[in-house]
Design a protein around this ligand. Structure first.
Ligand SMILES: [Zn+2]
Length: 485
């Protein structure tokens, strides 16, 4: 509670305002209903929508579904379509002299960023255990050096030596621990083969670990021990003999053919917009991203909390306000595409020439609002709000809204997660902030099903979701009052 050092008249004003507001608030609350929320979440997280991956049919169906809801509510509905470049690893193999093709992630794993989009011919030279004296003894120029790794350091050390030479690449054969191939594959495969999306002409949208990228001017490959013979023309124990007798230079160089394709194609995706005009053109943007991670082999990522819950909240708020002709502010309900690809949909929206930052009063964004994180197991009806520490006028509104609604409490503690990579800076809200628009980000935080195929609709707490959306609805209602002052 605030300290009441107001004069009695001001106090009376606040009291009347609160009373008036609590009546409006109750009407609003009644319209936000867990049955509707459940219906929205169930639909968006259903198998038919295939995890709503950017560029997929499931995502297109999700956009269509959201647009359909906006139209049903009488909002001015449109799609903000835009194209993205989809980039992914294409055909990738190493072919031996005898014509046997080792496929990526089957017999060999490709790591690196020096692509061969067309098949090239290279030579593989044997480098023993990759020790400095061994590497010095062989002709490295333009060749791929195959070494036996005898402990976890071998490959790393050979790599850092070879990157200073004219060698073309490094093949590591984990003779010490053949199972390392499978362990490595399980660790890397999903990340490596993941399709990336970025805006044409926007290299920043294509997030890559920069330090790693500049280091890795050599491709490295991990080869299954079992196929060494097929590649080198002799089994590994014979090769070991050459090492033992200091004669690795006698091992014949073998020719190979390699293809390592970086494929690209253009895909179209869309933000979905529903506009509810107010008396002023000044707009409050209520947003949530609707895309998610798609499918992984036989399974799909339902993304029920991430972010069917936020979209459901946005749709339910649209429903609660739809039909109101007296709104001071225009409300723009906005479902963002391609958030999972690096906040691309919101970035596109705020960079479009039609976007006028001076006409946007603020943004309220919801992402993952239906679960309980580890910090709140005993006080589960909370909602984190981030960004209010930067915008005191919004913070006052939040305090007021929180005091008017007992059920849910607003937790500001994530505001303190600072630094360059603060949570706030990794949200769609932040793209508004960068254009000078105040923005609030609402979330219930992380949980063990985050970005897993287990983020399913049956784990959603609809009672909490309803309560949280009501709380956000009160914030929205109070924001509407501000202009009257
Ligand atoms: Zn996500």
């Amino acid at each position: 509670m605030r300290k009441t050092n107001y004069s009695p008249i001001i106090f009376l004003f606040f009291f009347l305002f609160s009373l008036l507001f609590s009546i409006q608030g109750q009407t609003l609350s009644k319209k936000i209903d867990r049955k509707d929320l459940k219906q929205y979440v169930s639909k968006l997280a259903s198998p038919a929508l295939e995890g709503r991956r950017t560029g997929s049919e499931g995502k297109r169906l999700a956009a269509e579904y959201i647009a359909e809801q906006f139209r049903r509510l009488g909002l001015e509905t449109r799609l903000e379509e835009f194209s993205l470049t989809e980039s992914y690893r294409g055909e990738t193999y190493l072919e031996t002299a005898s014509g046997k093709r080792f496929k990526d992630y089957e017999e060999i794993m490709f790591q690196g960023t020096n692509y061969y989009n067309e098949e090239v011919e290279k030579e593989v030279v044997f480098g023993g255990y990759g020790r400095p004296e061994e590497l010095e003894s062989i002709d490295l120029k333009g060749r791929i050096v195959l070494i036996f790794s005898v402990d976890h350091k071998t490959g790393v050390e050979a790599y850092s030596l070879l990157r200073k030479t004219e060698a073309e690449g490094l093949i590591v054969v984990p003779v010490d621990r053949p199972a390392r191939f499978d362990a490595e594959r399980d660790r890397m495969k999903e990340y490596t083969l993941r399709h990336r999306f970025f805006m044409p002409n926007d290299p920043n949208a294509f997030v890559q670990p920069i330090a790693l990228d500049t280091m890795r001017f050599l491709n490295s490959y991990v080869l299954r021990v079992a196929v060494v013979k097929e590649l080198m023309g002799m089994p590994e124990n014979k090769l070991e003999q050459y090492i033992k007798t200091n004669k690795i230079t006698d091992v014949p160089v073998v020719p190979v053919k390699i293809k390592f394709e970086r494929a690209q194609k253009e895909v179209t995706t869309a933000n979905v917009v529903g506009l509810l005009p107010g008396k002023s053109e000044e707009t409050i943007v209520v947003s949530a991203h609707y895309d998610h991670l798609g499918k992984k082999e036989a399974h799909y990522y339902p993304g029920a909390d991430d972010n069917a819950s936020g979209v459901a909240g946005m749709l339910e708020l649209a429903e609660a306000f739809a039909g109101r002709k007296d709104l001071p502010y225009t409300l723009l309900f906005l479902a963002f595409a391609a958030e999972e690809e690096g906040l691309v949909g919101s970035k596109w929206h705020v960079n479009h020439p039609d976007f006028k930052a001076e006409n946007v009063f603020c943004n309220l964004n919801m992402d993952m609002i239906s679960r309980v994180d580890a910090e709140h197991e005993t006080a589960e009806n909370y909602i984190y709000c981030l960004g209010s520490d930067r915008f005191p006028q919004l913070h006052d509104v939040l305090l007021k809204a929180d005091s008017l609604y007992d059920d849910c409490f607003i937790d500001y503690s994530l505001n303190q997660t600072g630094g360059m990579f603060s949570l706030y800076s990794m949200t769609d809200s932040y793209n508004f902030v960068q254009k000078g628009v105040p923005a609030l980000f609402f979330t219930s935080g992380l949980h063990p099903d985050y970005h897993k195929t287990t983020d399913t609709a049956d784990k959603i707490n609809y009672r909490l979701l309803e309560s949280r959306v009501r709380q956000i609805g009160l914030v929205l209602e109070l924001l509407q009052q501000i202009q009257e002052n």
